[in-house]
Design a protein around this ligand. Structure first.
Ligand code: HEM
Length: 507
């Protein structure tokens, strides 16, 4: 045998020994740090990898629940694990989740991986803190989830833009076509958000902005390597950073142009200004806030993150609602009845939906709740403890990462009967606190506390209007088998391709 073989084995042994020593010393360090503080029970394992690989493997399947079920039955609903390079307290407990959400800013702070925070920008609402966060959060809440804003300015555009996309689906003379529903839903939600924020209708500009956005979003789940410029375009993160800069520049240009227009208007004392006040978009609101000290960088980050926040979330729920309905014919039939009766009251096909119509869709709300419950794209939120936090005899030390899992609570048999089955009827005759931080905290698809999703009602309206036009105009069936996965986000692998055909001729 070769004389280098024993040398190789000794080297390998030495490397293995060093790894074991590093791991042991880290474990001892962790144990020392925790001495005197009773952490929730759980798994203290390899500090580098921890349970990340197991978690990722579970969430890449259609049924990730056993990962959590096993740990909950072994350790209880609040347990310690080690994921994504850090010791993390995992909570499947509604009471603890509520404590985390409502303790924002006092005992907990939101925390995102550096790839996400760099790409969103440090002034985005998701990373803002303190009084500025409070002010900007209520600005969005007021613009996007108040009944008056939705009724008067948002709903008509939502109705029009959703029709515009659906109109392009089955061209004249063609019986049926195949569309990837997730892709179409994403186009719809992006166009809607651009309209709501910047007042632009869909066109070449919005489409090229969307292409850059896709690159930014891909970068969220990549490794943020700082490479030299000439190498950076070869990595997902580098491409995302470049796309982010392009989007920021495009938004900066819009802001400058609108600022100039505003100044001209202010000088000319235009009579129609009152009219314009009624139809103010987000840019106009921000330009007002600029006078109060908001910088251009803050405005750019703010708009950039808003475009991300409502895009993937709403389009995924639209797609999954259709998937679950397709797999549940009785629910589909009941929903169709609800929407046909709304359409029957209209004089012609092109008549838009109004607020009264939206308010007469009770079963639609059941379908949306149930879709959010069984497959929300936001399966939970990461937070960092900013003080020592006590819960049921345990101490979560300052600085420790916490993951409040909404999904684990939503799929817990103790809170919902037959919890793992899609059953929209379970919501009938239930007075669900829709913004959901209230109550027992067992239904929190939009989070809660100071960071409650400010687009929660806008999202519901968009999904309802989309379902209305899809159901009343088309018939469809799944074009191929598609699989749901939950990592890195909740989605179907193929974007849910469906064969669609007109239900009746459009008048
Ligand atoms: C079905 C659709 C949606 C779901 C499930 C959803 C869910 C959520 C959740 C769970 C949070 C809380 C995150 C946290 O606590 O860290 C959140 C925050 C947020 N959402 Fe939504 N969202 C949806 C649609 C929208 C829409 C349409 C908008 C557009 C305005 C929006 C804008 C935001 C913003 C700006 C935040 C950050 C709030 C803050 O940090 O103060 N979301 N969303």
């Amino acid at each position: 045998s070769s004389p280098t073989a024993p040398v190789g084995s000794i080297l390998l042994l030495l490397i293995l020994l060093s790894i074991i020593i590093i791991i042991l010393s880290s474990l001892i360090a962790v144990a020392r740090k925790d001495k005197g503080q009773a952490l929730p029970p759980g798994f203290l394992c390899l500090p580098l990898v921890g349970e990340t690989l197991k978690l990722v493997a579970a969430y890449k399947t259609e049924d990730p629940e056993p990962f959590i079920d096993e740990r909950v039955s072994r350790h209880g609903r609040v347990f310690t694990t080690h994921v994504f390079g850090e010791r993390t307290i995992f909570s499947a407990d509604p009471e603890f989740n509520r404590q985390v959400l409502t303790g924002e800013g006092r005992s907990f702070e939101c925390s995102y991986p550096s790839s996400i925070s760099t790409l969103l920008g440090r002034h985005s609402l998701l990373l803002m803190k303190g009084p500025l966060h409070k002010r900007m959060h209520s600005l969005i809440l007021c613009r996007f989830s108040s009944p008056s804003a939705l009724r008067e300015s948002l709903l008509p555009d939502i109705d029009r833009l959703i029709r515009l996309t659906l109109d392009s689906w089955v061209p004249d003379g063609q019986e049926a076509i195949t569309v990837r529903l997730l892709e179409q839903a994403k186009k719809i939600t992006f166009d809607l958000t651009v309209k709501q924020l910047l007042s632009f209708d869909p066109g070449v500009w919005t489409e090229s902005l969307r292409r850059e956005y896709l690159l930014v979003i891909e970068g969220f789940f990549s490794i943020p390597l700082a490479l030299p410029c000439f190498l950076s375009s070869s990595t997902t993160y580098g491409r995302a950073l470049r796309a982010r800069n392009k989007v920021a520049e495009a938004l900066r240009e819009v802001l400058r142009k609108r600022r100039d227009e505003k100044q001209m208007r202010d000088r000319s004392d235009d009579e129609s200004d009152q009219q314009r006040q009624k139809k103010r978009d987000m840019v106009e609101e921000l330009l007002e806030a600029e006078a109060g000290g908001l910088s251009e960088d803050e405005m750019v980050d703010f708009i950039l993150a808003l475009l991300v926040a409502g895009y993937e979330t709403t389009s995924t729920i639209m797609t999954l609602a259709v998937k679950f309905l397709t797999e549940n014919p009785p629910a589909l039939a009941l929903l169709l009845e609800e929407h046909d009766s709304i359409r029957a009251k209209k004089l012609h096909e092109s008549e838009t939906l109004d607020w009264t119509d939206y308010k007469s869709m009770p079963f639609t709300q059941c379908v949306i709740n149930e879709t959010l419950r069984v497959a929300n794209i936001i399966s939970g939120v990461f937070r960092r403890a900013v003080t020592d936090v006590h819960f049921k005899g345990y101490t979560i030390p300052k600085g420790c990462m916490v993951f409040s899992s909404f999904r684990a609570v939503h799929l817990d048999q103790n809170h919902y009967e037959d919890a793992r089955t899609f059953n929209p009827w379970r919501w009938q005759d239930k007075d669900v606190p829709l913004q959901t931080s209230a109550g027992a905290g067992i239904f929190t698809p939009f989070g809660g506390g100071p960071r409650l999703c400010p687009g929660y009602e806008l999202a519901r309206v968009e999904i309802s209007v989309f379902l209305h036009h899809l159901l009343t105009r088309f018939r469809w069936e799944a074009a191929e088998k598609d699989r749901l996965v939950f990592f890195p986000t909740t989605r179907t692998l193929k974007g849910y391709p469906i064969n669609v055909r007109h239900r009746r001729p459009v008048i």
